[in-house]
Structure formats: C-alpha cells, structure tokens
Design a protein around this ligand. Structure first.
Ligand SMILES: Cc1cc2nc3c(=O)[nH]c(=O)nc-3n(C[C@H](O)[C@H](O)[C@H](O)COP(=O)(O)O)c2cc1C
Length: 336
C-alpha cells in the first residue's frame, strides 16, 4: 500500500510537512493545500512560499490547483512544472460553501457539462504542450457529488474520458461536509467503473481502518494500491508507521515533534497569537491521543500567552497517557 498525506489548508503547509517528514518518514506523497490561480496570473505570497521547492526539499510534494478555468489552470501547471513538480492535482473536492458557491471544488460536480468542458480544456491543453516541455501528470481529488453521492456514476463516466493519473476519491458529497460516514457503496461503484487508478480517502483513523478498506476493495478487479489520510495523521502523526507494522508514537516523540513545529512557527508567523492559534488547531486533533487528557487539553485551549501554553503542553505530555486511536465504530466524536 502507498500512503499519501492529504492536503489540509491552514494546517499542512510546508513547515508542517517538512517537520512531519523529519520525525515520521514513510509518507509516499504529501499533497499540498490548494493554490487558487486567477485572472491576474500571479500566485499569492503565501502560495509562493508553500510551493517553493527549497521549502519542500527531501519529500515528495504534490501541488494542488483549485480552479474551474482551463486557461488559469494551465498557467499554474506551467509555473509548477518550472519549479520542478511533475505531478499536479486538481481539487474537485473542496466542500466549503464559499468555494462551492463559485462552482469550484465539489461545487462544480453537479454542473457536469461545465466540469467536462473544464477537464477537456485542461487535458487537451496538456496534449498541445510543446515537445521540449518536461512531462507532467494530472491527478484529480474529488468528492462524489454536490448534493448526493448518487451523482457518482455520471462523474466517473466523465473522468474516464481523461488520462487522470490517479482519481483520489473522498466518498462524501459537498452537502455532507464531514458529517455521517463515507459512502463505501458509492466508492465501490467508482472503483468498479473507473478506467483510471483509484485512491481511497476518508475517515482512516487507525491501521485496522486501512486494512478494512483494502479488504472491501478486493472485490473490484483493480482494487486499490494507495490510500490518502488527512485528519487521522494529524491526530496521530505516527499512523502510517503503524500501518507499516511500526510502533505507536511515544510522548517523547510527540514532544520533540511538537517543539520543533512550535519553534518553526514562531520563526515564520507574526506574533504569538497566530502561533498559538495554529498550535491549538493541531491539538484539536492530536488531543485524541490522550484519552485522559481532557483537563490539560482545556488548559491548552484556554492559554492566552506563550508561557501559559508551554506550561499546559508540558503538563499534558508529562502526565497523561498516550493511547492509540480506536476503531471508527467505537468513537463518539463523529470522526472529526
Ligand atoms: C481543515 C481542512 C482543510 C482541508 N484542505 C484541503 C485542501 O486544501 N485541499 C483538498 O483537496 N482537501 C482539503 N481538505 C480535505 C482533506 O484533504 C480530506 O479529503 C478530508 O479531510 C477527508 O480525509 P480524512 O478523513 O482522512 O481527513 C481539508 C480538510 C480539512 C478538515
């Protein structure tokens, strides 16, 4: 099995990716949070920092484009190719209403003619590239509909018209956001019908979840060779190591990982408030490793200063037990 780290906008920027890779090597590809090209044909400063090859040294990073316009996408593709990237991912999965309302991300999925025209423009544009340009493959990350996963069959017919290097499927629709369970039936429909390789993404929290999805997919002739994991890896940065038969993270490892991340964030973010907000968001996931840590986690959340934050983290890591995340059906958090 290959393991991909999902893009998580606002969390898995280049600092997180490089620190994670240093402490927990073994991720096959880190997908980057999206860049959103527009008519100005310029990347924003934050995007430039994230896609800078010097900031992604030593790991396999795949940039992602969020757009519904072929010309803007093709401009961004060439910019990324010039920076050395050879796989680029198209975001057809973002469920946020502000994005979906603009017919981008999973908001484009119900406008099947426009989706088809967008992909046609992009993949034909790639075919027309000059022969001396470096080769590049385009993968797609998609949900299975805007209003319902019943849209899956029509979507796979469209994706089959294009040489999608990998179709990464999160089997929810836009309207679901992150509620309910991933629709495995709809995922298997796509897996059976897709002429492109398919990757599973969604709610993988522990190694048993990965094994179960692998087993379910064996019934389809092509099966799956890769999974993408997002929130499960945020919660337990050692998850892929465990999937490969390795050990659960220790409090010492988490402490070293945390300290380096915290230091690097202090170097790049303007002011303690921004740093603390980033760290607190991360603890809303990593806190799941501490079944008896509720009181300490509350102190972390409440911390208004660096001193209070650092003290609360020390107490959590020094006194609370680290435990492996449980199977989905045993969880009561709705899978956050
Ligand atoms: C905070 C947050 C930010 C996300 N940002 C992106 C993004 O930039 N691009 C993208 O394709 N998906 C994004 N996603 C979706 C994840 O990549 C992933 O598909 C989703 O969380 C389901 O996988 P998981 O259950 O393993 O987390 C984001 C999800 C969250 C929770």
């Amino acid at each position: 099995m290959h393991y991909y780290f999902a893009p998580l906008e606002g969390i898995t920027g280049y600092v997180y990716r490089t620190v994670h890779h240093r402490y927990f090597p073994g991720i096959d590809r880190y997908y980057m949070p999206f860049v959103a090209p527009n008519y100005t044909m310029h990347f924003k400063e934050k995007e430039k920092q994230d896609i800078d090859p010097a900031h992604n040294e030593g790991l396999t990073a795949v940039p992602q484009i969020l757009s519904n316009k072929a010309d803007e996408t093709l401009w961004a593709v060439e910019e990324l190719v010039d920076r050395g990237y050879r796989e680029i991912n198209l975001n057809l999965g973002c469920p946020m209403p502000t994005v979906a309302r603009k017919k981008k991300g999973s908001g484009l999925l119900k406008f099947t003619d426009e989706l088809d025209a967008y992909l046609d423009g992009v993949y034909n544009g790639l075919d027309r590239r000059q022969g001396d340009r470096p080769p590049v493959s385009l993968s797609v990350k998609t949900r299975l509909g805007t209003d319902s996963t019943d849209e899956a069959e029509a979507l796979v017919r469209i994706y089959n018209r294009y040489p999608v290097s990998e179709l990464i499927v999160h089997p929810r629709c836009q309207a679901d956001l992150y509620k309910g369970k991933p629709d495995m039936e709809a995922f298997l429909t796509v897996l059976r019908g897709s002429t492109n390789p398919v990757v599973y993404n969604g709610d993988l929290i522990c190694p048993e979840d990965v094994r179960e999805v692998g087993r379910m997919c064996e019934e389809a002739p092509q099966g799956i060779e890769s999974v993408m994991i997002g929130r499960g890896l945020l919660a337990d940065p050692s998850l892929v190591r465990q999937c490969r038969g390795g050990e659960l993270i220790t409090a010492q490892e988490l402490s070293a990982f945390h300290d380096e991340l915290y230091c690097r964030y202090r170097e790049i973010f303007p002011g303690d408030k921004v740093v603390l907000n980033h760290m607190k968001e991360l603890w809303s996931y990593m806190g799941k490793l501490f079944p008896d840590g509720a009181k300490c986690l509350k102190e972390i959340k409440k911390a208004g200063t660096r001193i209070q934050y650092e003290a609360a983290v020390r107490v959590l890591l020094g006194t609370c037990r680290v435990e492996r995340a449980g199977r989905k059906e045993n969880r009561t958090d709705g899978g956050k």
